[in-house]
Ligand binder design. Structure first.
Ligand SMILES: [Zn+2]
Length: 271
């Protein structure tokens, strides 16, 4: 009976016909401070509980991102290279988050499976090879990928794919960033030559960048149009300098160059 089923869902949890998690009474109480926010609401909390996010990278950034995603109620987390103890700690933080460690090194099958099951993938200062493997797979199946990086006292976050507007694909992003670095035109880095204090700061900055990554994943999951999609945020800790730059799609990109580019990269959202 429908009424009885509704009572069951509110007390024990279940998934609705649309694949979205039905909130239990306990969850409504647990997330009440988020649910009352206009940008979240009950529907947004359901979307968070139904989301699955894979996180790879250095612990000082990846674990911070994972902690905030679990706290927000993201329903599934795949932590690449983490052991069971770390996963258990996160599940203790929020029993609604099912946290699974994924063995390292990643096999091609594991990359395929992780990306297939995830609604977003985070590369939190992961190695260039890992970023390339996960990013290429995300590109193939149109999953958004968050890329975080810390060098000395400079942190960066970029979101590739998943935005409402047309933006660079992972190939555009990778080639553009590589070209910027090859030309030495990365102004924030040039003005923040690495020093001993940078090394001390890098762990703190990693946590800061991890927090921004979690924020972007949450906005993405809530379908907010204010994400960093197609852009790169850079933070220079020594001077307190922060900027957001558009990464433009490459007209000659071998992956997306033939598509029609609708946006100009000035912040206008596509319909
Ligand atoms: Zn492209």
């Amino acid at each position: 009976m429908a009424g009885l089923e509704g009572t069951e869902c509110r007390t024990r949890g279940c998934t609705g016909a649309d694949g979205i998690t039905v909130l239990t009474d306990l969850q409504i109480a647990r997330y009440s401070r988020q649910i009352i926010l206009p940008s979240v609401g009950g529907r947004g909390q359901q979307q968070l509980l139904s989301a699955a996010v894979a996180v790879a990278g250095r612990p000082e950034m990846a674990r911070v991102a994972a902690v905030y995603l679990a706290a927000a109620g993201v329903g599934q987390l795949f932590l690449i290279g983490e052991d069971r103890a770390v996963c258990n700690d996160l599940e203790t933080l929020n029993p609604d988050s099912h946290v699974r460690g994924v063995g390292w090194p990643l096999t091609d099958e594991a990359v395929d499976e992780i990306v297939r099951q995830s609604s977003a993938v985070v590369c939190a200062d992961a190695s260039p090879a890992t970023v390339a493997r996960l990013g290429t797979r995300c590109l193939a199946v149109e999953r958004p990928v968050l890329i975080g990086r810390v060098t000395g006292a400079v942190g960066e976050v970029a979101l590739v794919g998943g935005g409402q507007r047309e933006g660079p694909c992972f190939e555009c992003f990778s080639q553009t960033i590589a070209a910027i670095r090859a030309e030495g035109a990365d102004a924030p880095r040039a003005h923040n030559a690495e020093t001993a204090i940078d090394v001390v700061l890098s762990g703190v900055i990693g946590g800061f960048i991890g927090t921004i990554i979690a924020t972007e994943v949450i906005k993405l999951t809530l379908n907010l149009n204010s994400t960093l999609a197609g852009r790169r945020l850079t933070y220079g800790a020594l001077s307190g300098w922060m900027s957001v730059d558009d990464i433009m799609p490459m007209p000659n990109c071998p992956v997306c160059g033939s598509r029609e580019i609708g946006g100009t990269g000035t912040g206008a959202d596509a319909p």
